[in-house]
Design a protein around this ligand. Sequence first.
Ligand code: WT7
Length: 653
Amino acid sequence: MTKPLEAPQDGTVSALLEENRIFKPSDSFRSKALLQDERIYKEAEANRENFWSDQAKKLDWYQPWDKILEWKTPFAKWFLNGKLNASYNCLDRHMKTDRKNKTAIIWEGEPGEVRKLTYEDLYHETNKFANVLKSLGVRKGDRIAIYMPMIPEAAMAMLASARIGAIHTVVFGGFSPESLKDRINDAGAKLLITADGGWRRGKIIGLKDLSDEAVKACPTIENILVVKRLEDQDTQMKDGRDHWYHDLKEKVADYCEPEQMDSEDILFTLYTSGTTGKPKGIIHTTGGYMTGVTTTMKLVFDLQEDDVFWCTADVGWVTGHSYIVYGPMANGVTQIMYEGAPDWPKRDRFWSIIEKYGVTKFYTAPTAIRAFMKWGHQWPQKHDLSSLRLLGSVGEPINPEAWIWYHKHIGSEQCPIVDTWWQTETGCILITPLPGITDLKPGSATRPFPGIEAKVFKEDGTVIKEGGGYLGLTSPWPSMLRGIWGDEERYKQQYWSKWPNIYFTGDGAKIDADGYYWLLGRVDDVINIAGHRLGTMEVESALVDHTSVAESAVVGISDEIKGTAIAAFVILKDGHTAGDEMDKTLKQHVVKKIGAIARPSKIIFTEDLPKTRSGKIMRRLLRDIAEGRALGDVTTLADASILESLKEKYQEE
Ligand code: WT7
């Protein structure tokens, strides 16, 4: 279900549409860039399949494929019958080169500890980790849930899973035990890997305790493997079920032969929110995903051997999978991994890390940039950021104001900014500048990556050459999702039913006279809170789960820092009273059900909701009310008087 395309109304979007500055790559950047001219676009366009197979050849395969692509809409297979292993490509192959002794990860804990691991260290650790998994009975095709803080062992756990052909499902450490439980049960995971805890803004997040809570209702979990990250943490271990990683590690062999995986064998599933109350397990397979992330990592970030790359995402999101684990490691990159908050202990933590380790490429989210902007440029100014050569942005549209601030105060007007559009489903970056080639326009993700075909459509499926509409992808790409775990019907329905043979992204987009793409945000019942995707229905289900709530409707409203925040309209059951107490209780309930990212910013208690005559809640009108706009078309409304009282209530709030 999509909302009708309305005139863009929030601040980001209207600012986007007025933006017309252009930033060309500097001569000094271009002259050293991997790609300096348009040729790659033309080559890829001439033959997309050959372009991708040339990229795939840069990976190490045990057995080459005998067909590049089989496309039976909506089911794609790439590199058919090719055999490879993702962990081999991220680790083993570097053992034969100088990269063996190169630093893979420079890790900083929030309290300030530092660990440096070379590719060889990571290789040894991952081999052991893989043997530990085997010792716990994990076999090819089994599912492993990973619920970890940002520590190197999170990456090792993923690589170890890939090494033995298991399927990992990473669950963001900020999600609640309930969310973890739902994902474990949907995936049917037999092992949960967690840690005693991690640090966030000076506090310990007790992941093992949260895990214990979750697995109470997870019949498939046989074992919990616990990595020790904290000191003096009193951790309850259940005999026979819970195991310390450092104990088991002592008992296993040093080497684990990587499983030879078929190109189409599943590498991982990752849950993401959709338009229903239930998150969906997005399936990614081995050959195509590795090809997509390895190629985009190298070309979008213009990788050079001496780069120090830093992606500030968490491994619990797809960005962490593709641009902390698989993309950087397949390319043998040195990278920073930081555990904690950007404002801990002070608001210059990121800039101090960049200075300390000489970070050259920095990849973060607009929501973070807007927070930095609000905190003021005196914080980055305290540090020497001259090592930076390129900046990246991901997760939501970046407003031109934030873009310009980032360019000026972080990049000293020297660094190209790659605004990268993609999704959990796309696996890798699909719309992006190539930094040595593309003239940048602040707020535009510019053009589809070579080998990618994206178009803007009208509701009826006609292509728009210039103007606004919906973004669709018109030909298959290697790292595309292969489905939704256990729900083929939902896969077809969600992505392939809007127009025949075209993947529907759920995003609005505009294409300008120069053919530049401007992403305008979600057009379905999905909202993007600080770069994190949530379904409005998920939040509604969490609210009505509370005994006092009869009905609720959730909408996204614009927010200076988060981009979008949550406003919830709530009807209470008889006998329950609205007020500050109830407000607090319900917000807390949503946090308990989903996690802190889902906490509503505003709850508006009401006796009624605007509905169509067929009973459908008109969210569009609720957004209008919540954002104080003139109300759109109300002719389909069953009872228009509800609106006036709602508007009054809202203004009181
Ligand atoms: C949704 C995907 C891609 C990894 C992080 C989020 C929005 C993402 C951009 C961008 C405008 C963007 C879209 C997309 N989005 N990047 N550069 N410009 N919007 O992954 O949780 O799967 O969310 O994030 O709305 O559909 P995700």
